[in-house]
Write a protein of this length. Structure first.
Length: 675
């Protein structure tokens, strides 16, 4: 039977726990080896999966009863798709297919079980899971699968699979499988170096500050722990280098990453099975680790099989919690090691943002961010992230503030959410404008003699400084903003979905990301603007039947672009062979006016492209002709006429000597210039 302990610190003021396992979970016995948590049905409450080994049980899926009965769980494996007996020692939730819900990966070859593949279950968005054998069909079978990590290991913004195994498997000991972006995994020639068959567990995270994902393994070399550096940054090529192993050659089972000394890098906590105490390895910021020393953790000789970290008493310090088992039953009492060291005062870091600079007018719109803080254990980082944003139906207004020797031309500005302060630097040196009202520290550099913008989204009044000029100012932001809660999509990754509050009429989105850790430190990113344009292509209007009984049909291929120079073709088929024609277009709108026996489908003023021939059959008269124009090339040859975000309405005209007016008109197409 497994245990659910409820922290009594808030109701009592004392750090203590009550065993409420039966009341909140019911009574079930199994060969449980791991518990993983996440909000699988999107109701804002944390659910849990218990990973059971040796094919005696299905994974136990516990759904939190939520607001009606918070922290009480219903076991719903059978009705939500987890119906197969597995030998699972671990797993992890993650948004594998980037659809905004948490999918599930479970390993399925625990110690003593025949070699198998890990298993992928896709979430339908409301917490029902479907096993997908094809997702891992390329994976080799391996034995003694112990640890699962879902992380963007190759820097392409999807979650890859790192699976650590306690065995000398054929080929390579461990799994490194790359996601194709839709949740299907492929093998790679790159391997995780390890000369040990005793790796029970490891952690993944940026250990050397270069913003790629490194590893720290139990038993990286023999029984010694050690870091493995990812060489993706700065080389741009995924490869790994095993760094010097630690000097502690004990049989250990667990790693947690914790910034123990609050210096901005991950140190490593080792839950030790055979040592006389747990161990902390201090990172120098470059993946060189030294033992923190015997005085850091109380010496307790117990067989630690698992460990984690968390702030249990809300004092801004992260405790270490250990779980015992295996040998020495008399020492099986689980432990809490209270942290009496430095308080976490460091803000989370947003290391990268994946967002478009332009987007269609109709939402929702997706953003992703990579974040880093003081804690990382099996993907858990205790971060809460939100996106604050406004969808502007008019262009954001720029509010002029001149910086000169006499100070600021407008030291106090009131503006609407999403507008921007527009600084002009009339001084001889660059100036840094920085918001100083906590928790904001957004800033912009204004070079000498130049300008720069600083957008603000969330309503409120904020002070700012200008240095080295020594000036101060303030901005009051009015109106309202919208808030999207981030989905913890995987290791160090958040996903946001911004709703279309303007019902397709937006001109721009202005957003800022807020990330808060367990200690209450908040990072607010610089506000960023996304231009909204109509990127769609649609045909409209009615073509005129030509003298041979054919109906010309307009079509496009490629993507319309202001800058590409080529690659977007507008064409019309079913026109008479060997006849001249041209495309005419409008930048102001559509029309449906009678014209030369058909319909003029574009509004004035109209522009004509050069005349071209339809080609087709060289004898007789038929409808084998095709007129076409690479509109991107036409744009590049017509400087100054087009602007980013323009919508173009276009129609073909062609010769038809046997028809009234001796001409013919196609239907029309509308498209936007979105790149």
């Amino acid at each position: 039977m497994y245990v659910l302990l409820i922290n009594q610190f808030i109701p009592t003021g004392t750090l203590s726990f009550t065993d409420e396992s039966v009341a909140r979970l019911g009574t079930r016995l199994s060969n449980a080896k791991a518990v993983i948590t996440g909000d699988v049905n999107g109701d804002g409450w944390i659910d849990a999966v218990v990973c059971n080994a040796w094919d005696t049980d299905v994974p136990f899926l516990y759904i939190n009863q939520g607001a009606a009965n918070p922290g009480f769980f219903s076991m719903e494996s059978a009705t939500r798709g987890l119906t197969t007996l597995l030998s699972s020692g671990g797993g992890q939730f993650g948004d594998l297919d980037d659809d905004g819900d948490l999918d599930l990966v479970l390993n399925d070859a625990y110690l003593g079980t025949a070699n198998r593949r890990p298993r992928v279950y896709f979430n339908d968005g409301v917490g029902n899971f479907t096993f997908n054998a094809a997702a891992m069909s390329a994976a080799p079978t391996k034995g003694s699968q112990m640890d699962t990590q879902l992380v963007d290991i190759d820097g392409d913004w999807d979650l890859d699979f790192v699976g650590l195994c306690r065995a000398a498997n054929g080929g390579t000991n461990h799994y490194l499988l790359l996601n194709n972006g839709a949740g299907t995994f492929a093998t790679t020639a790159v391997t995780i170096p390890s000369n040990s068959a005793s790796t029970y567990e490891g952690e993944v995270g940026d250990l050397d500050g270069d913003n790629d994902i490194d590893l720290f393994l139990v038993s990286s070399s023999s029984f010694a722990e050690g870091a493995i550096r990812n060489n993706l940054a700065p080389s741009g090529t995924l490869s790994f280098t095993a760094l010097a192993a630690t000097t502690d050659n004990n049989d250990d089972n667990e790693i947690c990453l914790l910034d123990y000394d609050v210096d901005g890098d991950y140190d490593a906590v080792v839950g030790s099975l055979s040592n006389t105490r747990e161990v902390i390895w201090i990172n120098n910021g470059a993946s060189v680790f030294t033992n923190a020393g015997a005085g850091v953790i109380t010496a307790v000789s117990d067989p630690t099989l698992d460990a984690t970290v968390g702030d249990l008493d809300n004092d801004g310090r992260y405790e270490i919690i250990t779980a015992q088992g295996e040998s020495a039953p008399a020492a099986w009492a689980n432990k809490v090691y209270k942290n009496t060291g430095a308080v976490d005062t460091l803000k989370p870091i947003v290391t990268a943002v994946n967002a478009p600079t332009t987007a269609p007018k109709t939402g929702p719109w997706k953003l992703r961010a990579k974040t880093k803080d003081q804690v990382l254990d099996d993907g858990v980082d205790y971060l809460k992230a939100t996106a604050h944003y406004v969808v502007r139906t008019s262009a954001p207004v720029l509010h002029d503030v001149a910086i000169s020797s006499g100070g600021l031309s407008a030291p106090a500005v009131t503006m609407a959410a999403g507008d921007a302060l527009y600084f002009t630097n009339n001084l001889g040196a660059a100036q840094v404008v920085q918001l100083t009202t906590a928790p904001r520290d957004a800033s912009v550099v204004v070079p000498a003699g130049q300008t720069a913008r600083l957008h603000v989204v969330q309503p409120g009044t904020y002070a700012y400084s200008v240095s080295p000029g020594g000036f101060v100012g303030s901005v009051t932001v009015t109106g309202t903003d919208s808030v999207a809660t981030g989905l913890h999509a995987g290791v160090q990754m958040q996903r946001f979905s911004l709703s279309d509050t303007a019902a397709g009429t937006g001109r721009a989105i202005v957003y800022e990301l807020h990330v808060t850790d367990a200690a209450g430190n908040t990072r607010v990113t610089n506000a960023t603007r996304i231009e909204l344009v109509d990127c769609g292509v649609a045909t409209y209007c009615t073509a005129r039947i030509n003298s041979s009984g054919c109906t010309p049909s307009i079509a496009t291929s490629g993507t319309a672009s202001l800058t590409a120079g080529s690659g977007f073709t507008v064409s019309v088929s079913q026109v008479l062979n060997q006849k001249s024609g041209l495309l005419f277009y409008s930048l102001t709108g559509a029309a449906a006016q009678p014209f030369e026996g058909g319909f003029m489908c574009v509004a004035a003023p109209r522009f004509r492209t050069p005349v071209t021939s339809s080609g087709g059959s060289t004898t007789g008269i038929d409808c084998s002709g095709v007129l076409s124009l690479d509109f991107n090339t036409y744009i590049s040859n017509t400087p100054g006429r087009f602007a980013f975000g323009d919508t173009v309405w276009a129609q073909f005209w062609s010769r038809d000597p046997a028809a009234t007016f001796q001409t013919n008109l196609s239907n029309a197409v509308r498209f936007g210039l979105c790149q």
